[in-house]
Design a protein around this ligand. Sequence first.
Ligand code: NAD
Length: 496
Amino acid sequence: MITKDTLTEAADRIARVPRAHFIDGAFTTAGGDAGTIALINPANEASLGTIPSGTPAHVDAAVAAARRALPGWAGRTPADRAEVLHALADVVDANVDLLAAIEAINGGKPLAAASDEIPVVSDSLRFMAGAARTAQAPAAGQYAEGHLSYVRREPVGVVGAITPWNYPLMMAAWKIAPVLAAGNTMVLKPSQLTPLTTLVLMELAADILPAGVLNVVLGTGSIVGDAMSHHPGIDMMALTGSVRSGQSVAEAAAATVKRVHLELGGKAPVVIFDDADLDSAVETLAVAGYVNAGQECGAATRVICHEDVHDEFVAKLVRAAEALTIGDPAEGESIELGPVISAAQRDRIAAMVDRARRDGAKVLTGGQVPDRAGYFYPPTVITDVAAGSEMAREEVFGPVISVERFTTESEAIAKANDVVYGLAASVWTADPGRMLRAVEQLDFGTVWANSHLAVATEMPWVGFGHSGYGRDNGTYALDDYTRTKHVMLAMGAARD
Ligand code: NAD
């Protein structure tokens, strides 16, 4: 549990954490920088200091270290690598509250939400540590006359990974765990807005990971991210972020024919049929739509509701939204909704809601930037959203739930699928047949029935369409960071 004392300890740690790249097993600021980047607590706009803005020279140094470390790390047995990842998970578990408190301060996250994220980090490390030891392949055998075939699963090489600000350490772990478990080495660039937990992880990992296995370069996407994507010494790029950033990475990576792993944005529809348990749906959506201030790629932000239960559902949702306690997470566990990450993000959300209003949508609650310090936006419910409009189709990435109506099952599915994204969706009904039909027809990488936003480390998290195609979690992630080599041994004829 995060107490006032933990928050004080976290503030102290933030002041002391090295503001430097982590290359070849040590923090360094050698090689100059492209200026500094300011870090800000979004709940009160207080300065959290600065970080150096890295350059292509830092990427060169990090890649060189990762390449040097590759043969040693790839050559270890999966069990040896697993021990290292378990040791890393142990130090994360020993620092759960501290890491969660730093995440809360740097990202404006309510304490309970931040506390839920860190155990996922260690769980991911432990799962991948074990999964790498059980990797499956076809049985060795004679598939061509006189030849024995078998498959070697090998690491891809040096992986470049780029993470977003909405779940900084959790998204880093979803890369670090499978990448390292599979025997790759890596260069990681955290979001320039939320690098602090990644830096603390490197402090904790310095004595655990061999030098060069995991390197961190701080900086912007346009300089450091771009240099990584173009770098001939990086074999594969993995990014969790916006569609635009994913497209940039894929374009740049094409020049050196790198493998690319993309986890991008979403606009998750929530289809509510007339037989749905509305209380259960509202209770879930008040969390799944507003958690992390709606800055969640699978957020339940777009409800498509049967016309017969529309008004009742909307009334319940508005009550639930208005019951949320908003404030600076540092005020304690009672705060359920914190600020969004930046002034720019808040203004983007406000502008989208204003455009929806102009398009004829009705804002039933929220919809106004409050007059207070911090980048707050209230939980908002919007109805009468025109099908095909920006609010119906584009990711808001804020605490805004929009509601559309439908009459027939096929209309509901068509509306739900009318987005370029394909990350996540949910369907709410008591009819098992309708549930199975909807699950089959919804064009999204995760589909929940009578639930939303539950995630399991063992199961894949993957998008379709513009949400990308990289698979996080499960043995699927491990496969994505491995290459398969077919070995054929000529057996010759028996010498009788
Ligand atoms: P963003 O794309 O702005 O930034 C993500 C990362 O990409 C940052 O580290 C950034 O510096 C870097 N970046 C930006 N431009 C780049 C470029 N040209 N080349 C290389 N790197 C570049 O995203 P964000 O605002 O930090 O995060 C929010 C977005 O992430 C949302 O769209 C959200 O849906 C998505 N997201 C997706 C998932 C998922 O699992 N699919 C999870 C979390 C967030």
